[in-house]
Design a protein around this ligand. Structure first.
Ligand SMILES: Nc1ncnc2c1ncn2[C@@H]1O[C@H](COP(=O)(O)OP(=O)(O)O)[C@@H](O)[C@H]1O
Ligand SMILES: O=P(O)(O)OC[C@H]1O[C@](O)(COP(=O)(O)O)[C@@H](O)[C@@H]1O
Ligand SMILES: [Mg+2]
Length: 477
């Protein structure tokens, strides 16, 4: 489903400059391709239904040649290589995934399909768009009529009545923030969940959530396989923190970065309008600093970006205070963006606080924003007594995620939902749809649940941040 990807149909531009060759030859040979196995219901369900895709019979939609994808349509996991060390990549073989999109043969009779859609974990812009597009896509493309929303996350499977959904009901949902199905943390009880799925007769499960949700979905998938049930499960990765690996990015992330600009702008204006003014903005990012990093790069007003992946320190040579001293001398103001998970090792805490977990088992962090604000004030009073100084602290935490998705994220949500539907209708199970280098593929859910996306402070993106902010690297040499 890489409909929107600029690379999907490009032809190389001919060079007009005689100084540059139009093609080059190398002595390197390309490695072979290993196709990642994708679980399919036929792996353990005998005599699966096989039907022609109903899109074929649609009076409005006339599939063009190549519309249906076959098992030989693949996308590659990596597109950047050092050909001189190709053996270092996947043992000399390139990893490929099945490409997402419609299949000519489907393995569910739409009249017999009963769908459950659930949202779990924290909010993220676009959740309602994904739900809407699942409902509308299943209804319009495949003629599915029994579509249900499971309220309040995983616990809703066994403790609440499902909500019947149809296109009329959801038609405006893409304009609403949050999730109309409600979500929650915790409440994962494998037996109760799978028993409820069986009792209610659901045979397609669309699980929208983050890393924790995906780990839960893997357990449900394995239990479904163990019970040999004709039920397909797919994960649609949601995380405003963008901490899910393999896929290019998670939906809602760009919207959150855009929303963060308002906070950074305000911090900049406040700081600039004061004498020795510091604008301090805390952004979401429990264990990854992607939002802080991208917001910093897109704002151009940030002097220092602090993320969980890069330890920092306050005092002494190369520390934050020394750097701020210089910036204030130069510019009379500075803007700091700090991700919520940054600095956790240097904030004093009790043993009890170290153990604290939320209902899903995620660590509960101390609030880095007010702590940093207070440390900044103490530092200034100690080192610059009597001199004017202001810290304006802005915490837009929930404001950046409790909003509707922007246009780019809405479009992305539609592609994710449709990719998921096509895969499930084709009988695939235990997979996640997502873009890899811009092309949509099906990735085994077990792989996604294990993969984390953290900021690599040794790669070019972090180097880019440092060249924009000129902030310290906080490496104590
Ligand atoms: N390892 C796990 N096994 C089973 N369920 C899990 C696991 N981790 C989290 N969950 C469940 O997944 C849901 C969402 O997890 P959470 O960490 O809160 O959000 P997210 O999925 O956005 O990371 C919760 O209901 C939680 O109980
Ligand atoms: O207050 P809540 O709902 O637990 O959410 C706070 C957390 O949600 C997050 O956005 C991550 O949520 P998910 O793991 O659900 O994607 C973190 O940045 C933040 O720590
Ligand atoms: Mg999470």
């Amino acid at each position: 489903m890489d409909l929107m990807h600029p690379n999907s149909s490009t032809t190389p531009a001919a060079s007009t400059d005689d100084d540059y060759p139009t093609s080059t030859t190398t002595d390197f040979s390309l490695p072979s391709v290993t196709l990642q196995k994708l679980p399919h219901l036929s792996d353990y369900v005998p005599n699966l239904t096989a039907l022609t895709n109903p899109i074929d019979r649609s009076s409005f939609h006339h599939p063009f040649p190549g519309f249906y994808l076959s098992p030989s349509d693949v996308i590659l996991r990596h597109i950047l290589f050092d050909l001189s060390s190709a053996a270092a990549i996947g043992g000399g073989s390139l990893l490929a995934y099945h490409r997402a999109g419609p299949r000519r043969t489907i393995h569910f009779d739409p009249a017999a399909v009963r769908v459950a859609i659930v949202t779990c974990g924290g909010l993220c812009p676009g959740l309602n768009t994904v739900i809407r597009e699942l409902v509308v896509g299943l209804w319009d493309l495949y003629g599915v009529r029994q579509i249900f929303g499971v309220p309040s996350g995983y616990r809703g499977f066994y403790s609440m009545e499902p909500m019947k959904l149809d296109p009329k009901m959801v038609h405006n949902w893409h304009k609403r923030g949050g999730t109309a199905l409600a979500t929650s943390r915790g409440g994962f009880d494998l037996d109760k969940i799978v028993n409820a799925i069986e009792q209610r007769g659901f045979n397609q499960l669309y699980v929208i959530g983050g890393d924790g949700t995906m780990r839960g979905a893997v357990k449900i998938f394995r239990e479904i396989q163990r019970r040999k049930l004709n039920i397909s499960i797919t994960g649609i990765p949601k995380t405003v923190d963008n901490d899910i690996g393999i896929i290019d990015r998670s939906f809602g992330f760009q919207t959150a970065v855009e929303m963060a600009q308002q906070a950074i702008n305000a911090a900049h204006v406040e700081a600039e309008s004061a004498v020795n003014g510091i604008g301090l903005v805390k952004l979401m990012g429990r264990s990854t600093g992607h939002i802080a990093l991208h917001a910093t790069l897109s704002s151009c007003d940030v002097d220092c970006c602090l993320i969980p992946e890069n330890d920092f320190y306050l005092e002494g040579k190369g520390g934050l205070f020394e750097f701020l001293d210089q910036r204030l001398k130069q510019n009379r103001h500075a803007v700091i963006v700090v991700a919520e998970g940054a600095g956790q090792d240097i904030i004093p805490r009790t043993d009890k606080q170290k153990e604290e977990k939320d209902e899903s088992g995620n660590p509960v962090f101390l609030d880095v924003g007010p702590w940093l604000k207070s440390e900044l004030k103490k530092w200034w009073e100690r080192d610059h007594p009597g001199e004017l100084f202001t810290v304006k602290y802005i915490d837009p935490t929930y404001m950046i995620r409790a909003v509707p998705a922007n246009a780019t994220d809405n479009l992305y949500c539609t592609l994710l939902a449709h990719s998921a539907i096509h895969g499930v209708m084709a009988g695939y199970t235990g997979f996640v749809s997502g873009p890899i280098n811009g092309n949509y593929g099906y990735i085994p859910i077990e792989e996604v649940a294990m993969a984390r996306n953290v900021v690599d402070t040794k790669d070019h993106k972090w180097a880019w941040v440092r060249s924009v902010t000129n902030q310290p690297d906080f490496l104590k040499c």
